[in-house]
Design a protein around this ligand. Sequence first.
Ligand SMILES: [Zn+2]
Length: 327
Amino acid sequence: MASAGLLLAGGCGHAAKKDARTAGGTAGRQMAARQRPAPPPVTQKPPPPKPVDCDHVKCVALTFDDGPGPYTGRLLDTLKAHDAHATFFMLGENVHPFSGLVRRMVVEGHEVANHSWSHPQLTALSPAAVRSQVKRTQDAIATASGGVRPTLMRPPYGATNKQVGHAVAMPLIMWSVDTLDWRYRNAARNARVGVNEPKRGGIVLFHDIHKPSVDSIPKVLEGLKRRGFTFVTVSELFRGKPLKPGQSYSESVPPAPPAAPSSPAPGSPTPTPSTPETGAPTTAPPGTSAPESPTPSPGASTPSTPAPGSPAPESTTTGPPGGSVPR
Ligand SMILES: [Zn+2]
């Protein structure tokens, strides 16, 4: 009698309680307890990974412009293999033919961002035309990605001014390292620049529509990882530092480390003699360290690095910085 009742109790906690009462005595209650149904399987997803704090971690944001294209899928494979997140500044006109890749970017933790519809120089367009370039691309990315609307825009050629900033009405993301991959089309060179140039808090510009650029990324990731970098999206890089619509940003300089004590604290490890990238704000203007760069990158005329999260000075450029045509 009791055993039949306990068998029934297996599927339902309420029945088990009732049966324990009817079976009577301590032994019955113990049996009921032993046969209590197992807790339901955990169906909850694990919590998302803890966000990276780029004030304390050596972060860099790799960005890929002008795609998506035929090599973007391979690039996503490479990024996945290295557990690296990147930001894709896409052209609206390229989104539909590769909409599956746009969806994949979002699913795999990358940031999708706006690079205009057809890559015009926005400073040569009317505000209405600029708005159209931006909106059509926003809509295309939202449709392809399953509803994600970009929050960041990179004007083609980095060309902007007050009027463009006002019309775009999104933060304008420039770069601190221009790999000039679109010009040299050489994977070994791209890898060398991509590994050696970035500084902490930097934004690195590549183009995933060129095969040598995508070919170089495994070496870039390995080299930067060796240098201690964590790969984040642009929004992750600026987390906690609100970006203003229409303002330009080319890097996120982490706060200066606290002044080093005159003597090491007891038990603390001996400080290493030099860690050039950690903490110290860069003093060289972005882009000037690229030996191959025949022309300065945007921001090269900036006398000093902006404060953390502060916008880059308003560009007075009305054309492509340095006259480069990154396509
Ligand atoms: Zn571009």
